[in-house]
Design a protein. Structure first.
Length: 197
């Protein structure tokens, strides 16, 4: 027999279990092939509780997307506060993205592969989200400090991060066999040389 405190803890953990299950299901089956019944089965949370916490499947998807964006925003804020130079900040961003790809591939698959606007009404594309804006701001600051050549910010950001993101998708697609950290030095040197003063 479960105690009242165990029931309370289970109820408090229900939203997190739903989000974890949803991430797994969406990355394996996609949004449209995943039902609320699938989420309930995978998470061990009742359908009624899912509707109570999230309203519907789109509500679950939206909460998952927002929670991942918030997490990435916090990580990037930590990087921005930890390092002084643009060089070190941007390298740390790529290192973070590589680590997340290795440790949590489903997170990266959901963030990079899902066409969120197809199922999240009013959602901006992921490249317009706060974390990506912060990455571009680092590049802008680098230009202001004369660490990065003056050019269009989108162009500079694409040069700086594009190769790393392509390596991430290649790793997720199984084209790259070794852990991404094995390529960090080479990717970073090529990326930085493309924009550095």
């Amino acid at each position: 027999m479960t105690s009242k405190s165990e029931n309370t803890a289970a109820a408090q953990n229900a939203p997190l279990r739903v989000l974890q299950a949803t991430l797994h299901l969406f990355s394996q089956k996609g949004y449209f092939s995943t039902s609320v019944h699938d989420i309930a089965r995978e998470s061990g949370v009742s359908i009624g509780s899912i509707y109570h916490h999230f309203r519907d499947k789109e509500g679950v998807a939206s909460a998952l997307f927002e929670s991942l964006l918030e997490r990435m925003t916090r990580e990037l804020e930590n990087i921005a506060n930890r390092y002084d130079s643009t060089h070190d900040k941007c390298r740390a961003v790529i290192e973070l993205l590589f680590e997340m790809t290795e440790d949590e591939p489903e997170v990266m698959e959901y963030m990079l592969y899902s066409k969120h606007r197809e199922f999240l009404s009013g959602q901006l594309p992921v490249c317009s989200s706060q974390p990506f804006r912060m990455m571009r701001e680092m590049v802008e600051q680098g230009m202001a400090k004369s660490e990065i050549r003056k050019m269009d910010v989108i162009t500079a950001s694409s040069c700086l991060y594009g190769g790393a993101i392509r390596m991430i998708t290649s790793r997720l697609d199984g084209l790259v066999e070794l852990p991404l950290q094995s390529y960090l030095t080479d990717i970073w040197e090529c990326s930085w040389k493309g924009v550095a003063v």
